[in-house]
Design a protein around this ligand. Structure first.
Ligand SMILES: Nc1ncnc2c1ncn2[C@@H]1O[C@H](COP(=O)(O)OP(=O)(O)OP(=O)(O)O)[C@@H](O)[C@H]1O
Ligand SMILES: [Zn+2]
Ligand SMILES: [Zn+2]
Length: 844
């Protein structure tokens, strides 16, 4: 017998370490580092992950218990991912088990039994790599044939059954799965069962339907509307009845009436588990690279060829052809028989993005994002695990894709905050990607038109205590056209001149021109931050904290203003302290109001609205974009979603309703985020033949983030912004740890929060860490707070927070963790919760 160290599935402090178990002889061949096992623990059986294997210890093993069962044939985690988990535990002060669990698709988290069947024959032989094709032709051994016959006869066999029938077959069975002869799956129960939906399809040709539509009586207005919509959606049929009812606000009765007339059919159909199955992607071939692209391409490929770990920061303006770089470096990686992960922000995981990868690499691409059902995600995950996919395109958690020959990780729009997970474990996919790649000698490309200050600063300073990417730049657009002209409109002047509309005269005129020319407009309404700050509409004054240089947040209930960093509070002003105007109030508007205003100002204008409300249903995003591309809309109006990744030839105007809204958030990254968003959205204009124009409306047109965005000047922005960050001690000149404590009783919480801050102070003093952040050459640690959290009460619990700022090579995370655990132990009643967020992105 041998021994395994197992991390058990109980997220508590006392169980947050590996436990030793003996490996029974018959389970030995099934167990690897990364296996999921069932182990006895106290009186229960718990699930756990094997993190290491050891020879049988010398000591007395009588008290050690044996592993009871193995839950999967193929270990769901690899040794590499186990190592990443260990690193996450230290880096983010989370439990080891939470780190490991976060790597698995939900469907795998329960304890469902694993089954084996013959592999689907739906594997496309053309697209599998040649090596696999050769493998499949290898003569099969006696044992292999027996196993295949056995499984073939039974249809599906549970892992238990199979391991009993072939006690010595573990290695062979794993090999057969690896070669695509057998497949491992789990019975997908209840919510994962086959999904069906009521689907609507035309029962007649579209011409007949149109004719019928014309002859509808006036009183059948609702039916007419529905049929009209179905005709518009023709390319997407069948569509779901549920979607339609929601979009049009009609009842099922109206739909049924059309079915009764024989114009449409209504059927229960299975919802496809592969959301892209059956769709044809026009294959694309590599483009001849531009001069700039070639330089970048060569640097990256050089690293790939050396099989060395390396991190690149690809700073390329909008439309510079970063995606083509991604595609061609992936190509090289695949030629090396290695695999690639492409991370994109959830919000830009648009069909257009996925399409570009599917078009180049076909079935070898797996897709992972949050709108997939658990079942779909499990299927995509298996595709990766079993080696049927070699490229994955996905949101944050795709960084854990279970590849075993990873060669390249790409992170598009690397500055996006959605790469940080806000629940435990609070990891940043960028750091995980870099760490994972360093373990396997993989390359990392961080791409953006507006890199985060952290990444850019790291590339420039080549600091030793942080990752130091190699900077690659693409300053011109791939198609040779220029970046669009940007005009800034001062909205204070508009008001002074008597224009109270949310559209300036310039933007109004520009939209009118587009309507006349039949060109398209993208309108961005940045809703982040609305209703939270107080601004003077006459002079642009925004109430800010005297200590922290961030805007104060308006609290309606108490009618006061508060700083969420230091706790400063003030009465909300009645008149502007700067200019005395009464036009000072807190700000609020929404896409719906803009839509109404557009309809009023431009009668007959066709507006496609894209925001959280219109994109909740699966596929709605795609439909709206398709409508816009088919020129069924003059204006695409939306929130952040319209800023990213879109590439439409007829968009020649981009308008930003209020550029300042995000500028006034109580977040030290407010200027950076504003600059990024403006640059992104401006980049949507004039990407093809027609030249583009951008109109930015602002109440603070003199702000450096707006000025530099309008001249597409990333470098000047960085220079200005870094000055602020340095003066006020914010990243990248220090790092942050946000600690939130919560409890049901306020007085108790306040006392404990104060104890926490005091303990951090004395503990770091004792270690000689407490220095001044003003001295940039020295290590230093400072703690702000405690103050009430921006959300001071959540689910009946009060919340207080402390912000730790630190710089240096010391292990501040483990200090915070230590103090937090001590406090929790001493608090006796376990109702105190402490959450630690290392390198926080969300400060509100
Ligand atoms: N080498 C090339 N030859 C011809 N066209 C190219 C080349 N590289 C890119 N393009 C085209 O240029 C346009 C912009 O490229 P792409 O979308 O890859 O840029 P990007 O940098 O990813 O843009 P963004 O950051 O704005 O999303 C696309 O229409 C693309 O097809
Ligand atoms: Zn004022
Ligand atoms: Zn403050």
């Amino acid at each position: 017998m041998e021994m395994a160290r197992v991390i058990v599935d109980v997220p508590s402090k006392d169980t947050d370490r590996p436990f030793d178990y003996l490996i029974p002889e018959d389970l030995r061949p099934w167990i690897e580092v990364g296996s999921r096992v069932g182990v006895p623990f106290g009186h229960r059986t718990l699930q756990g992950f094997v993190v290491s294997l050891h020879p049988r210890p010398e000591m007395d093993t009588a008290k050690m218990k044996p592993i009871q069962e193995v839950l999967d044939v193929m270990p769901p985690l690899s040794p590499e991912l186990i190592e990443v988990g260990e690193w996450m535990k230290e880096r983010y002060a989370c439990r080891h088990i939470s780190a490991l669990q976060s790597m698995l698709p939900t469907a795998l988290k329960g304890k469902a039994e694993r089954y084996i069947s013959l592999a689907h024959s739906d594997m496309d032989m053309d697209s599998t790599e040649e090596a696999d094709g050769l493998f499949a032709l290898l003569p099969e051994s006696e044992l292999e044939q027996q196993i295949i016959r056995f499984v073939g006869q039974k249809g599906e066999v549970s892992l238990q059954q199979l391991s009993r029938a072939f006690p010595d077959g573990a290695a062979t069975i794993k090999a057969l799965i690896g070669r695509g002869r057998l497949s491992e799956f789990q019975q997908i129960k209840d919510k994962l069962q086959k999904k069906t939906m009521k689907a609507i399809e035309l029962a007649v040709s579209s011409e007949e339907a149109s004719t019928a539509l014309a002859s509808f009586p006036a009183k059948a207005q609702r039916q007419k509307e529905v049929l009209q919509y179905i005709l518009e959606m023709e390319d997407f049929l069948p569509i779901s009845q549920k979607d339609l009812l929601q979009t049009l606000g009609v009842t099922a009765g109206t739909v049924k009436a059309l079915a009764d007339k024989g114009l449409i059919t209504l059927e229960d159909v299975e919802v496809f588990r592969d959301p892209y199955r059956g769709r044809n992607f026009t294959p694309s071939t590599p483009l001849a690279l531009t001069q700039e692209q070639q330089v970048v391409y060569r640097s990256i490929v050089h690293k790939l060829d050396e099989r060395e770990h390396g991190v690149f920061l690809l700073h390329g303006v909008t439309g510079s052809g970063k995606t083509e770089i991604y595609l061609q470096t992936i190509q090289r990686c695949l030629e090396q028989e290695r695999q690639a992960i492409v991370l994109v922000p959830e919000i830009s995981l648009t069909p257009q993005m996925v399409e570009r990868f599917k078009a180049r690499f076909g079935d070898r691409v797996a897709v992972m994002h949050s709108r997939l059902s658990d079942g779909e995600r499990y299927d995509e995950w298996r595709k990766i695990r079993e080696g049927r996919a070699s490229v994955v395109v996905g949101a944050r958690s795709a960084v854990f894709a279970p590849f075993d020959r990873l060669g390249l990780i790409i992170m598009d729009e690397e500055h996006e905050t959605s790469y940080k997970q806000e629940e435990t474990p609070k990891y940043h996919a960028r750091d995980v990607a870099i760490h994972r790649a360093s373990l396997t000698g993989a390359a990392v490309i961080l791409g953006s038109a507006t890199p985060s200050l952290e990444s850019y600063h790291a590339a420039k300073s080549q600091a030793q205590d942080h990752f130091a990417p190699q900077l690659l730049e693409m300053p011109s657009r791939a198609l040779g056209n220029r970046l669009p002209e940007v005009q800034i409109v001062d909205m204070r002047e508009e008001l002074r001149d008597g224009n109270r509309s949310m559209f300036s005269r310039s933007l109004h005129a520009a939209i009118t021109t587009r309507l006349e020319r039949g060109e398209q407009t993208v309108l961005l309404l940045n809703r982040r931050g609305y209703s939270t700050f107080v601004m003077c509409r006459s002079c642009g004054y925004v109430a800010g904290c005297p200590e922290c240089d961030i805007s104060l947040t308006y609290h309606q209930k108490s009618n006061n203003l508060r700083c969420h960093y230091c706790g400063y509070a003030a009465q909300a002003p009645e008149v502007c302290p700067d200019c005395g105007s009464e036009h000072i109030r807190y700000f609020g508007t929404g896409t719906q109001r803009v839509e109404e205003e557009l309809a009023k100002l431009f009668p007959g204008i066709r507006v496609i609205r894209m925001d959280v409300d219109t994109t909740t249903e699966k596929g709605s995003h795609e439909k709206l974009l398709k409508q816009f591309r088919d020129k069924k809309g003059d204006v695409l109006l939306g929130t952040q979603m319209v800023a990213k990744g879109l590439d439409f030839p007829d968009v020649t105007l981009v308008g930003v309703i209020t550029a300042d809204s995000a500028l006034n958030l109580p977040d030290f990254r407010a200027a950076e985020k504003t600059f990024q968003l403006l640059t992104q959205v401006a980049g949507r204009a004039g990407r093809h033949q027609l030249p583009g124009e951008v109109v930015i409306q602002s109440y603070t047109p003199e702000h450096y983030s707006i000025i530099h965005a309008s001249s597409h000047d990333y470098l000047s922005f960085v220079k200005d912004e870094l000055k602020h960050r340095k003066a006020l001690h914010y990243p990248p000149y220090c790092r942050l740890i946000l600690v939130t404590l919560s409890h049901e009783q306020l007085p108790l919480l306040v006392r404990m929060a104060e104890n926490f801050a005091a303990a951090i102070k004395s503990e770091s003093d004792r270690r000689g860490w407490f220095g001044s952040l003003d001295r940039f050459d020295a290590s230093a640690l400072d703690i702000l707070g405690p103050v009430a959290s921006p959300i001071p009460r959540l689910k009946n619990r009060y919340r207080f927070q402390c912000m730790i700022k630190w710089r240096g090579t010391m292990d501040a995370v483990s200090l915070v963790r230590l103090v937090a655990e001590k406090l929790q132990d001493s608090a006796r009643d376990s109702k105190l919760q402490i959450s630690i967020d290392v390198d926080p992105q969300m400060l509100m």
